[in-house]
Design a binder for this molecule. Structure first.
Ligand SMILES: O=P(O)(O)OC[C@H]1O[C@H](O[C@H]2O[C@H](CO)[C@@H](O)[C@H](O)[C@H]2O)[C@H](O)[C@@H](O)[C@@H]1O
Length: 357
């Protein structure tokens, strides 16, 4: 997907080329000189294109930095206060949230990395705590619950280890039901891209192996190129490499997350579509009495916040542009929120104890 910034940059590149002087008539009189002028013009064009490409790469890298809280500049107190006013703590406003959901059926959507598990350097070691697992298990006893992740279903299922949940892996491109259901694969809108994704995975592994710390993760219907353990001085070069590979595959697009570039099929499908698909599958299409709650920390979760008609909660310690209305600071607060929701549900559904007379 091109960002607006990319569009502006490419337009600048074209404009720079268009503004170059054409060969004058006198030069054209001499074939050799004309050829020279043409090659000079070509050089200008090549340079302009290279400058535009590298500016576009910087934009990808900058956007990736911006979506990674550890690199966000320390927000000053005023900025944070203003942001918190717009996106208050879901714990602080719990009663308000609970009353907004009254009489409605809560459906819970949870992102994995950075939401249920803390961000760590090694993506293969992003385990969630047993306490969090218990909290998610409890939530799923009371509300239909889905995990919506950029990871492939198998990996996120392995990390979470709860078979009773719905899973939307590969940014929602692989939706599976609870494993007790033999027909559990519900939707794979990008299945035709599997061979292409496998091919690009191999190319990227080969191309990036000379960059210390770079890691390519195969998420089945999409790929992640991890920058977290790469020296920041090499980020632009690595992003260039990734973009050069993707240029050969116009049916794929790049998105960015927390110190990661993600390669995915250019189809109109994302975490927001997955949320809608799951709500429909659960029988809540066009229902007024459903209250979806989506909790996530990353850029790709914004697609879900946009489509979530109930409640969007961004997990972040720093002010970030978001479509979510509430915030939580980190996975610990997410766990507190889940426990509080379960407790509230237990209390509100237990029969009223009448005082003896
Ligand atoms: O949608 P999510 O479940 O949040 O998945 C998004 C990406 O998460 C993982 O990467 C992120 O977490 C890693 C482990 O903490 C961290 O090392 C990395 O820097 C983060 O970007 C996952 O590895 C990716 O494949 C997902 O796309």
């Amino acid at each position: 997907m091109m960002t607006n910034q990319d569009v502006v940059v490419s337009e600048m590149g074209i404009a720079a080329g268009a503004a170059l002087p054409g060969p004058s008539p006198s030069l054209l009189a001499c074939r050799g000189a004309a050829a020279g002028a043409m090659s000079l013009r070509q050089t200008y064009l090549d340079l302009a294109a290279a400058a535009a490409r590298s500016a576009a790469t910087c934009n990808w890298v900058d956007a990736m930095r911006a979506s990674s809280p550890t690199r966000s500049r320390a927000a000053d107190a005023d900025e944070l206060t203003a942001w918190m006013r717009k996106h208050p703590s879901a714990l602080g406003k719990f009663e308000q949230i609970a009353s907004a959901s009254k009489g409605k059926k809560i459906v819970m959507f949870l992102d994995y990395d950075g939401t249920l598990s803390p961000i760590v350097a090694d993506p293969d070691a992003a385990y969630m705590s047993d306490a969090m697992r218990e909290a998610v298990r409890d939530v799923a006893k009371h509300f239909p619950t889905a995990i919506v992740s950029g990871r492939c279903c198998d990996k996120v299922r392995y990390f979470i280890g709860l078979s009773e949940l719905y899973y939307a892996g590969s940014h929602g491109m692989d939706i599976q039901g609870p494993s007790s259901n033999p027909e559990s694969v519900l939707c794979q809108p990008a299945s035709e891209f599997l061979p292409m994704i496998d091919e690009v995975y191999k190319v990227l592994v080969e191309k990036t192996k000379s960059t210390p710390g770079a890691k390519v993760e195969n998420n089945k219907f999409c790929l992640s190129v991890h920058f977290r353990c790469v020296d920041e001085k090499r980020w632009n070069a690595l992003a260039e490499q990734v973009k050069a590979v993707i240029n050969d595959y116009p049916k794929l697009k790049l998105t960015q997350g927390r110190k990661v570039l993600e390669i995915r099929p250019s189809i109109m499908w994302d975490k927001g579509k997955a949320l809608e698909f799951l709500l429909e599958s659960l029988g809540f299409a066009n229902c007024n009495d459903v209250f979806p709650v989506y909790i996530g920390d990353d850029r790709t979760d914004e697609d879900a916040f946009k489509r979530c008609q109930g409640l969007g909660i961004l997990v972040s310690k720093c002010p970030k542009e978001t479509n979510a209305s509430y915030s939580l600071q980190d996975p610990n607060e997410v766990m507190d929120f889940l426990l509080r929701l379960v407790e509230w549900k237990r209390r509100s559904s237990s029969p009223m104890i009448r005082p003896r007379v």
